[in-house]
Design a protein around this ligand. Sequence first.
Ligand SMILES: Nc1nc2c(c(=O)[nH]1)N[C@H]1C(S)=C(S)[C@@H](COP(=O)(O)O)O[C@H]1N2
Ligand SMILES: [Mo]
Length: 240
Amino acid sequence: MNLIRIHRPQLSRRRFLQISGLSGTSFLLGGCGTPLFEDVVGKLSEPLNEKVEAFILNSQKPVPEFSYNEIQPEALIINSFRHTPVIDQAKYRLIVNGEVNNPLSLSLTEIHSLPLTSMIIRHVCVEGWAAIVQWGGVRLQDIVALAQPKANVRYVYFQSADGYYSSWDIASSLHPQTLLAYQKNGESLPVQNGAPLRLASPIKLGYKQSKWITEITLVSQLSRFRGYWEDQGYEWFAGL
Ligand SMILES: Nc1nc2c(c(=O)[nH]1)N[C@H]1C(S)=C(S)[C@@H](COP(=O)(O)O)O[C@H]1N2
Ligand SMILES: [Mo]
């Protein structure tokens, strides 16, 4: 599995706080288990902490993963509704906004400094194909925690650089295997597969796994737009 453990220098927590503009503020989850989030005293009210932590603790059981030799490198078919967008990685920012106390604008350097999770799961497209893939990236729950969601957050919108969009329920978004991935099969995520950042999760169908994500918006209610395919009649929850 050495292939998958891509080494990179880690930013210190202090440095991360500085570049994220988070100095002097606090993270929502004092104890979500990563060094970055450890020992940060929450300044938010206990009920809010408990509510979002309960989502994480109650979120579905981890889905069993596959082993390295089960990866099917040729099976993942590029499936894009439009041309591949051009993204300047140096200028790229992931915007996190909506019903949050701490809106974020994160560079790729900042995102790559967060704890890396690797998983080997099956990607299932509704069009009748599937592929066992390794994805590496940051847990969406870590990004959501940094943004300090308000207690009424129930859904998450994902906007992509190609005009694609989708929305998820908050529980699925906070599942420990729901990642914002930047690696595929041990290498940097190829542009056609959604670089610099895409969703990857074993709990939802392929059309929920947005590629080229630029903006994540936490909301209390869905609008009449729920997703590119969802708005054309495909199931919204699309659970596996
Ligand atoms: N931005 C964006 N994300 C997208 C799509 C798309 O067209 N645009 N297609 C979806 C569908 S239907 C599938 S099956 C997967 C395919 O991912 P891949 O192209 O990396 O195999 O991406 C999903 N995410
Ligand atoms: Mo798909």
